[in-house]
Design a protein around this ligand. Structure first.
Ligand code: DP6
Length: 354
């Protein structure tokens, strides 16, 4: 009997040049190109099985069944896979089958790290393989983009650029340098929050209400070119300046949109100020912030221990998590699955202090 089952793994990524706002909200065609690095050791592992016995799609995240909006988003994504299957394979029975999706993150939930990038990258790779589609990296990246924009950047490995493109076919991400090109680190300062912020999907939808968005979008390709050159030349000082500027420009848009999206907490600003001062004093570190209060401190391997040590004593920093540069999303053969189950990953470490 044919089985329609596959498992894949993917890592989250941190954007060095941010994606904020869409030209097409439905297709997630971005307002500007972006650049990111994958985060090593943090992984989402997802198994997809299309099953004739199912009467609807089923989603299990970290052992608990999810219904409502979360399930709807995954179901709509699976519809894309089913559609592609009927177009490409013509006679495929998968196009009529529902799927069971079981997904797990090896990083703590509630740590404030976005899992939609690694989640939809792993889902794209697993679901397309389970359905019998043989997609190349660009096609997988395009597919992941439909689930979550930033997910298209978690498909290729290392340092990744998401090109603007002009339509659904041409907007995807590719690697500009592999993970071993430069041993950068992302030291995440996890900051206490009291209430849940507006998610990025809603944020993208209101980006254009800020009068600053047009200026940010118009100048993004220039910043991206600067960041790309700095990355390829391993020039940390040049990279640091443009990474901080780009993050601040995105937050300037967020703060001036309707509704106002103010993700920063007092400790977010304390960390930004501290890191800027450390850099002036010679430490190779800079900050970037997504749609939340946590601060990602990008630094060289040589600066990593010192940065982590200093971050831990800033009031309001709850925990510090360190990740290196990660590889691409990949299929996991069945036999390998048993051996990795329960094994703690060595690629990142999370320490707690009070
Ligand atoms: C601030 O990819 O999470 O992290 O497409 O709606 O899932 P959706 O949005 P998402 O947006 C990411 C926004 C960001 C910046 C970035 O990662 O480039």
């Amino acid at each position: 009997m044919t089985t329609f089952k596959a498992t894949a793994q993917a890592s989250p990524n941190i954007a060095l040049i941010k994606y904020w706002g869409n030209r097409d909200q439905e297709l997630r065609l971005p307002a500007n190109p972006s650049l990111s690095m994958n985060l090593a050791g943090l992984t989402t592992t997802t198994t997809v099985e299309f099953d004739p016995a199912l009467k609807q799609d089923v989603l299990i995240l970290g052992g608990s069944e999810i219904k409502g909006k979360g399930l709807e988003r995954v179901s709509r994504f699976l519809d894309q896979v089913r559609r592609q299957t009927s177009e490409v394979l013509k006679t495929s029975e998968v196009s009529h089958l529902f799927a069971r999706v079981e997904s797990r993150n090896n990083f703590p939930s509630g740590a404030g790290l976005a899992s939609s990038a690694s989640g939809f990258a792993a889902l794209a790779v697993a679901a397309s393989a389970a359905a019998g589609l043989d997609l190349n990296e660009a096609e997988l990246s395009r597919l992941a983009r439909l689930g979550s924009g930033s997910a298209c950047r978690s498909v290729p490995g290392g340092f990744v650029e998401w090109t603007l493109g002009s339509d659904d076919r041409s907007s995807y991400a590719y690697s500009i340098a592999s993970a071993d090109h430069w041993d950068l680190r992302d030291i995440v300062a996890l900051i206490d929050v009291e209430h849940k912020a507006v998610g990025s999907t809603e944020g993208h939808a209101v980006a254009a209400t800020s009068p600053l968005q047009a200026a940010r979008v118009a100048t993004a390709p220039e910043r991206l070119a600067q960041a790309r050159s700095a990355l390829l030349a391993r020039d940390f000082a040049a990279l640091a300046d443009v990474v901080e500027l780009d993050s601040l420009m995105m937050h300037a848009v967020m703060i001036t949109s309707a509704p106002v999206l103010m993700y920063w907490q007092p400790s977010t600003i304390a960390v930004m100020q501290a890191v800027r001062q450390w850099r002036l004093n010679g430490l190779a570190a800079c900050t970037t912030i997504d749609a939340g209060p946590n601060v990602h401190v990008i630094c060289t391997a040589a600066a990593a221990d010192e940065v982590a040590l200093r971050l831990r004593v800033i009031p309001g920093v709850r925990r510090v998590l360190t990740a290196g540069v990660g590889g691409p999303a990949q299929l996991i053969p069945d036999t390998h699955l048993r051996s990795i189950a329960g094994v703690k990953s060595a690629g990142y470490n999370l320490d707690t202090h009070h």
